[in-house]
Design a protein around this ligand. Structure first.
Ligand SMILES: Nc1ncnc2c1ncn2[C@@H]1O[C@H](COP(=O)(O)OP(=O)(O)OP(=O)(O)O)[C@@H](O)[C@H]1O
Ligand SMILES: [Mg+2]
Length: 253
């Protein structure tokens, strides 16, 4: 299954997330991101590719208030959220993250890991409803509700991380390398799951992928980031066909 057409009704014409000329970095005086601009529309799947160390994960961290933005803006649903406190990124801006490194509590069950996705809520009935909702989207997780997360396969663990990111009904999910460490077959399954969620519930996804070809094939649009700057952007099909992008990032000769 491939990405479906994003929703383009009038309310969704302005992007859900807009990053404008963002400069950000970890150490004083050292900008890792040097004027990054990108946008994510309601219902879109957008893929960010680029070499190791280019600053891809830093973009996510800066959007999430985990790395200081020194200049530029982050706008979410029309509101300036530049340098938002990380705890507000999910609860008020509605931005969920699936981080690059494995983030499950491996000795806790699938169910308990999902509960933690709602740690901001003390309403037990609401938490149960959301878990039922996620189980509806991922029947495989429902079958394994009482299994320890760390004993599941790599692909199942990634699905659980994606499921957990949906617990708080986010406006969008930022996924940092959803296919990392997975076999080609399971990578394919994960992209199918993302496309299915986009189709069924209109999920908006900004993802980073090392697996550039498959990531772009599963997306509507893409960006290439190199040395902290966007060097290519466009419709995914155009990036997949671009001779320079193919040579540098897609392994074509
Ligand atoms: N906590 C940190 N303190 C200082 N520098 C950092 C920190 N985290 C990352 N960096 C530096 O920022 C640059 C960009 O890192 P980032 O993690 O954003 O790259 P990336 O594009 O996601 O790479 P990869 O594909 O390997 O995940 C790198 O040079 C990295 O060394
Ligand atoms: Mg990274």
């Amino acid at each position: 299954m491939t990405a479906t057409e994003p929703n383009t009704d009038s309310e969704s014409m302005s992007p859900l997330l807009e990053v404008c000329d963002m400069h950000a970095g970890y150490l004083p005086g050292q900008d890792i991101l040097r004027g990054v601009s990108l946008e994510l529309g309601q219902g879109e799947i957008v893929c960010v590719i680029g070499p190791n160390g280019a600053g891809k994960s830093t973009v996510f961290r800066a959007v999430y208030g985990l790395v200081p933005v020194r200049s530029g803006q982050v706008i979410c649903a029309g509101r300036d959220i530049t340098n938002i406190a990380p705890q507000d990124a999910l609860s008020t801006a509605g931005i969920a993250i699936v981080p690059q490194l494995r983030s499950l509590f491996s000795q806790m069950t699938v169910y308990e890991n999902l509960e933690l996705g709602m740690y901001l809520s003390s309403d037990k009935a609401e938490v149960r409803d959301r878990i039922d909702y996620v189980f509806g989207l991922f029947p495989r997780l429902a079958e394994r509700a009482r299994q320890e997360a760390g004993t599941m396969s790599g692909g199942e663990q990634r699905m659980l991380e994606i499921g957990r990111s949906l617990m708080w009904s986010p406006r969008m999910v930022l996924m940092d390398e959803p296919s990392a460490g997975l076999s080609p077959l399971v990578t394919h399954q994960i992209f199918e799951v993302i496309a299915q969620l986009n189709h069924d519930i209109g999920l908006t996804v900004l993802m980073i992928e090392q697996n550039a070809r498959q990531g772009l094939e599963a997306s509507h649009r893409g960006y290439v980031i190199e040395l902290g700057e966007i060097t290519y952007e466009g419709v995914a099909e155009d990036l997949l066909a671009d001779a320079e992008v193919r040579r540098a990032f897609l392994g074509a000769r």
